[in-house]
Design a protein around this ligand. Sequence first.
Ligand SMILES: [Zn+2]
Length: 318
Amino acid sequence: MLKGLVKFNRVERQIFRLAKKSKLVRIRQIGVSRRTKDGLRFPIWLIEIGKPSAVKKKPVGLVAGIHGLEKIGVQILVEFLEELLDPRSPCFMKEVEDGEIGILVVPVANPGGFVLNTRSNPAGVDLMRNSGDDAKGAPFFFGGHFISPMLPYYRGLAVQPEARTLRKLMRDNFYGRRKHRAIVLDIHSGFGRKDSIWWPFASSDDRCPHESAFEDIRRRLHHDGHTGYEFGPQSASYKIHGDLWDSFYRESLDSDVGTKKNGFMPMTLEIGTWAGLGKNPKKIFNKKRLFNLKKKDRPSAVEKYKKLLRDIVLTAVV
Ligand SMILES: [Zn+2]
């Protein structure tokens, strides 16, 4: 745990340094993790980037660390934030400086899992299986189960504080946006050998009402040189019970104030770290290797994904 705590403190120092450097960055705590068995709880930080009016009117969301093990997503996200306000960086976003767009960032959505180096939160719940909604045709076990919090993919008997914090953030800032694409990108790593960018649904084969808007984003990213990603609804890869983004998305559709072109549009970037495993089956049992990139591959990969984050945020400026 000590090692995890040191890493978490390092991320906290990085984000507070951002706020110190620029007036366009504000930080506040929006929630707290479940308690660890040692009685510790960790803060969920929100970073607001941009002019306050732009953050209010045209927010885009970036989330990482829902699975505590997947640290590469947190690293990419924090490094991207360090560069987006730097005019010398390829990730510089004049649109943020000009007030055309605001960014809301949750760099570590599951700080307890991050510190403990577990996929789940400190109560053993996989937050990405925790909404309480059932899927049609999700696989046994991997798709989410109620067997035991000692096993991975446990759904939890109650919605967890980390999931409630995200829901409130989405409700308060992203639902019912008629005038822009309120994109929220959630960064994960570990599934598959290829990188994927998914849109809803994860719980059924139904087509989501924003499919043509997502297709448009796919074309724009392709045009910007982001090739090599598998795009599509998550259900085309696998289905799961209790997906948080499905739940938030359905809730936003039920409130029926968005449109098919704009509105709340959650997406997931799944970084396919399995490619680095090579042919050695032993590495499959190495947690660190399974969910993170090889050390020597990291710097260039981080560059590539930072640029991707930038261009995804810009697709919200229609
Ligand atoms: Zn994940």
